[in-house]
Design a protein around this ligand. Structure first.
Ligand SMILES: Cc1ncc(COP(=O)(O)O)c(C=O)c1O
Length: 434
């Protein structure tokens, strides 16, 4: 098929997520390493790993081979059965989570992982309310959409499903850097809501889609202590931050805390297959020893996905990928800082490992965002289009350019990609100066 035929059929027959029918999708022909190619042969550096999920790029042969080997045995068997790759993957995940984790429930992605965690939190505690943060995204099913804080929740928000409460993020660039202030506010909110009413606090340990918000030191430790004090469960959503993105298996491990549940997806298979899940602390797993878990999915623990998961985790370990992220993350941080130093439109440059964002402002002194929060605008889509024209593919929300390159990117590839960003930021600088 020609590029135009592919796009025409796509527009006619596919409903794209989070978009109206007025889409102009890129027709992609193939991927190789950290690059993908459109049907005209134009190359794009995948500087966001698609949706911060295609963490190892497009060409990891051992993962492809593992999927084929599983396919030769069986592609699918119902979730009630045991089989090797599901058993091994669950064990590997529990080992990666370290500490007091005991079991895994597999889902197909992040939304249903949070849906399952929500179900468990309410069932185990017998409490109805859930606290989560405004600048968060936890998914687009009814429960996970209501837990989400960013404006995507509005269409999913169910006024009848009350008890989904929001608090403010430790957004140091705008709100100052003191963990104590954020936690004092949250404790007050917990008391006003009735601590005994609250089942769980859901957080992305490092906020992803909403602009890579890194908590100040002490924040997660104090949040853990606060939730324990009131018998509230802590759920870390590691869907985007997990599996080496920050240089650790799970981002919360930077701060030495142990949540009660970890939700994961994306990097567990580096997107070679759709897979997600919930890791359960021993205490929560034990509470289901007698009690029935009232939740299920036909494709829970899909065999091809589990095979991809085992091969992905082995690839991370055998190639010391998490350690290399910490190393190359230093160059990445320096390149982001260079952009901030050079361009007045960059208000803040943040990163941890290969998890980065540039926050764009109209004015550095007032920190007025380049586009107002929560409003449709044409400026940021234009920024991403200009980047794409220059072969730099990424995305972002609000006034942030998120940059989450493949964990295998080399220093030379990083340095080769950044001039496109530099060029586009210069255009924005000029427009703001007029
Ligand atoms: C932190 C976080 N949680 C949950 C989700 C939802 O995952 P999925 O799109 O696989 O349902 C996402 C998706 O981007 C995410 O970034």
């Amino acid at each position: 098929m020609t590029k135009d035929e592919i796009v025409a059929l796509d527009r006619q027959y596919n409903q794209h997520p989070w978009l109206s029918g007025k889409v102009s999708p890129l027709a992609v022909a193939r991927g190789e390493g950290i690059y993908f190619y459109d049907c005209d042969g134009k190359r794009y550096a995948d500087m966001s790993c698609q949706l911060s999920c295609n963490n190892l790029g497009f060409s990891i042969v051992p993962i492809q081979e593992a999927i084929k080997a599983q396919l030769d045995r069986f592609a699918y068997i119902g979730p009630a059965h045991a089989f090797e790759t599901k058993s091994v993957l669950a064990q590997k995940l529990v080992q990666l989570a370290r500490g007091d984790f005991a079991k895994v429930f597999f889902t197909l992605g992040g939304s249903d992982a949070n849906e399952a965690a929500l179900n468990m939190a309410r069932t185990v505690t017998g409490r109805p309310k859930i606290l989560s943060r405004y600048r968060s995204y936890h998914g687009s099913t009814l429960g996970s959409g209501n837990i989400s804080g960013d404006p995507r929740r509005f269409a999913l928000e169910n006024p009848a499903a009350n008890g989904f409460l929001k608090f403010f993020d430790p957004y140091c660039y705008r709100g100052g850097g003191s963990a104590e202030t954020y936690l004092a506010q949250l404790e007050e909110q917990i008391l006003y809501e009735g601590a005994e009413q609250i089942a769980a606090v859901f957080v992305e340990p490092v906020t992803g889609a909403n602009g890579v918000i890194i908590p100040p030191d002490g924040y997660l430790q104090s949040l853990r202590a606060l939730t324990k004090k009131y018998g509230i469960l802590l759920v870390c959503d590691e869907v985007m931050a997990g599996f080496g993105r920050t240089g650790k298996a799970f981002a919360h491990q930077h701060w030495g805390i142990e949540p009660d549940m970890i939700t994961f997806a994306k990097g567990v298979t580096a997107s070679y297959m759709p897979l997600g899940g919930v890791l359960l602390s021993k205490q929560i797993a034990d509470s289901y020893q007698e009690k029935v878990f009232q939740f299920g999915l036909t494709y829970s623990g899909h065999a091809l996905a589990c095979a991809a998961g085992v091969a992905t985790l082995e690839y991370y370990a055998e190639n010391a990928i998490f350690e290399r992220v910490t190393e190359i993350g230093k160059t990445f941080a320096a390149l982001l800082a260079e952009q901030k130093a050079k361009h007045p439109c960059v208000g803040d440059a943040r990163s941890i490992g290969l998890f980065g964002a540039l926050e764009l402002v109209k004015d550095r002194d007032t920190k007025e965002p380049l586009v107002p929060y929560g409003q449709p605008n044409t400026t940021m889509p234009r920024v991403f289009a200009m980047l794409r024209e220059r072969g730099f593919s990424t995305y972002g929300r609000e006034n942030n350019i998120n940059i989450t390159p493949p964990l295998i990117i080399t220093e030379a590839q990083l340095r080769e990609a950044f001039p496109a960003l530099d060029e586009v930021l210069s255009i924005i600088d000029k427009e703001l100066a007029i």
